[in-house]
Design a protein around this ligand. Sequence first.
Ligand SMILES: [Zn+2]
Length: 95
Amino acid sequence: MSDYKRRTDPRTGKRFLAHRAIAEWHLGRPLEPDEIVHHVNEDKGDDHPLNLQMLPSARVHALLHWYLRREAQGVQHLWPLEVWLEVLSVKRLET
Ligand SMILES: [Zn+2]
């Protein structure tokens, strides 16, 4: 299954995903249902804000993982990841 950290809201007893809650806190707004929070170092248990990236959709998320997978296979991409993410308006959750 998933290695995501889950927490329980003591007021409601409801379970939630820690990385999404941290991203919401940093963004200062609730995440849209389509928005995905990606773990930069691919460690789903590492919820440090600098390790989280908010992506606009599952489609962008899939593309990002495709890029990283191809890079790990030795493929030289035309543009570095930073440029590519800038084009897609993806930002890290820095303050
Ligand atoms: Zn991801």
